[in-house]
Design a protein around this ligand. Structure first.
Ligand code: ZN
Length: 328
């Protein structure tokens, strides 16, 4: 089978903080009005998306990694490294922190750590996120958590549509209400909940907290990841690179007209269309892509042409060598 761009059917996840904006913004057939997450490109066991187009309709990424490892990387990939989600925070999410790879491997059954980043797709006026904390020492962090001084401890940042945030391992964070994000993250579900606003579910129960692990993995003092956005313009395409490093590279593409590109030889590319439509042509075929579509472009797709007007978030994992060099 010749490589072709893969489209996916997401899995939807209901959350107490979820809403109906994924239907309103993208037209998705969400299962309820408290849908918090759509895992739009996922090979995580808690929600694998399936291919929705072409000969491999119905297959998972795991299936394709077996059949066509050369679509994904130069060397066979043990597991798919990334997970792309849309999150609809209709209410405040719990305040949480994620471990790094070493801690997750040891304490979470071989999970990866979870570095993540957010592109703000939609923000209501006054929307804010939690990002970082004010404690200067681990002892102070422990005391403020024990005393429940969350207002003093948590740092809040106002956000607007189009903002971007990188959230390294060990960063205390939470989405606030009225925000929809496209999240690009390591393929992991390792999350430690620090604070849930003392909410109870429909049966009167609070969600579990993981304060012991929160205290172990939280970075102290808290550091804001430096913005490193760079923009370039070439042949009807403006590219802003928000983030590159040992976990993922994330860019925004604004297309207006016709642009010719080659697939990256180092590995696959993920492509999430946030607005607009375009024709995508490659050697073996062509297709229309539009707002709400999420694609995987195989590394051996070759030359392709995009023609139309769209905004997309584009991401890929580091080449293996680069990851090892940066980590050491
Ligand atoms: Zn998170």
């Amino acid at each position: 089978m010749k490589p072709y761009p893969l489209l996916f059917t997401p899995t939807y996840h209901q959350r107490i903080w979820g809403g109906d904006r994924l239907r309103a913004l993208f037209g998705y057939s969400i299962p309820s009005d408290d849908t918090g997450e759509a895992w739009v490109i996922s090979d995580h066991p808690k929600g694998r998306s399936t291919v929705s187009n072409g000969a491999y309709r119905g297959k998972t990424i795991q299936d394709l990694l077996q059949m066509h490892p050369e679509w994904f990387a130069r060397e066979r990939m043990e597991r798919f490294p990334l997970l792309v989600k849309l999150l609809d925070a209709n209410d405040d999410l719990s305040v949480q922190v994620h471990p790094d790879d070493a801690f997750a491997a040891e304490h979470e059954n071989g999970e990866l750590g979870k570095a993540e980043c957010w592109y703000i797709v939609h923000a209501e006026p006054g929307a804010q996120i939690v990002y970082g904390h004010s404690a200067k020492t681990r002892e102070e962090l422990q005391q403020m958590i024990a005393a429940g001084c969350w207002d003093q401890l948590l740092q809040r940042i106002p956000v607007k549509t189009g903002d971007f945030f990188f959230i390294p391992h060990g960063t205390i964070h939470a989405l606030g209400r009225g925000i929809v994000v496209l999240e690009t993250q390591q393929n992991s579900d390792a999350t430690y909940r620090a604070y849930d606003y003392d909410r109870v579910d429909s049966t009167g129960k609070k969600r579990e907290l993981h304060l012991d692990k929160v205290l172990q993995v939280t970075s102290v003092p808290s550091a804001r990841a430096e913005a490193q956005a760079k923009t370039c313009f070439e042949q009807n395409l403006r590219i802003t690179q928000y983030q590159t490093g040992p976990f993922f590279t994330v860019q925004k593409w604004w297309l207006c007209g016709t642009h010719e590109e080659r697939s990256r030889q180092e590995g696959f590319t993920l492509f999430s269309v946030l607005s607009g439509t375009a024709r995508l042509r490659w050697a073996e075929g062509d297709m229309e892509i539009r707002k709400g579509d999420h694609l995987l472009l195989p590394r051996n797709l070759g030359r392709f042409i995009l023609e139309g007007e769209l905004d997309a978030i584009v991401s890929w994992p580091p080449a293996k060598q680069a990851a090892l060099q940066q980590a050491s």
